[in-house]
Design a protein around this ligand. Sequence first.
Ligand code: MLT
Length: 266
Amino acid sequence: IHTADDIVREHIVNKSVVMFDILRASSTISTALANGCQEVIPVVEVDEALAIASRLPEDTCILGGERSAVKLPGFHLGNSPLEYTPEVVAHKTVILTTTNGTKAIRRAAGEDGVVLIGSLLNYSAVAHKLFAAEQDILLACAGTRGKFSLEDTFAAGLVVAELVQLWYSRHNAAPEESCSPQADPVPIYAEEVPVLPENGLLLEDAAVAALRLAEAYRHKPLRALYDALHGQKLAQMGLSIDLNFCAQLNLYDVVPVYREGKITCL
Ligand code: MLT
């Protein structure tokens, strides 16, 4: 697990990469694609977004995004997933620029990489794709202006928990309690867990910390979003409705994937 700003090329080569920006870019992208949007173009600068829009037929594209969580002047939509309804986005190209999220996607992709977009709304679908890919994994948390963010790490931890469960199921050694918030937290490498094969599952400390965070919040995801600094700010701006929406676990089955400048459904 890395904060997106810290990612360098050696972190991403030969890895499956996922970017999380729960509040709100990842949630907005997942919702737009689940609601039939054709593609999302994530853009770092506002001017770049306007330039791309000017080259496309007007009725085919939607300009979306924010700075300081507020819709940009001249843009059709802000960065609330609730704005990206089927009526508005179906069959459209969404050009999106946000403070942290779209930058984090481009950073996590490097020059020519592929990045999955993870949110609470689709974390299980993302975990299944990662498991099927059988590669090392980098979970990139967008963070807030380069800093650790609780909500992104929580979502990354849910993916780790699901991967651990999938791994144990494959090896017929699922320690059900280890990911259950009701039970005492059982160490992943508890003595009763069979010895792992040499090329088996290895979790870095940051992944274990995220997993434990996920155990703490998985039955109260909305609490995690209100605890998060960016969640507090959005709530104070009257955007609690977005927190409620973004806190829904596995509302969608979509796995958005960034490749060659565009995000489409895998
Ligand atoms: C971001 O990308 O920085 C966030 O999605 C900001 C927001 O909540 O709109």
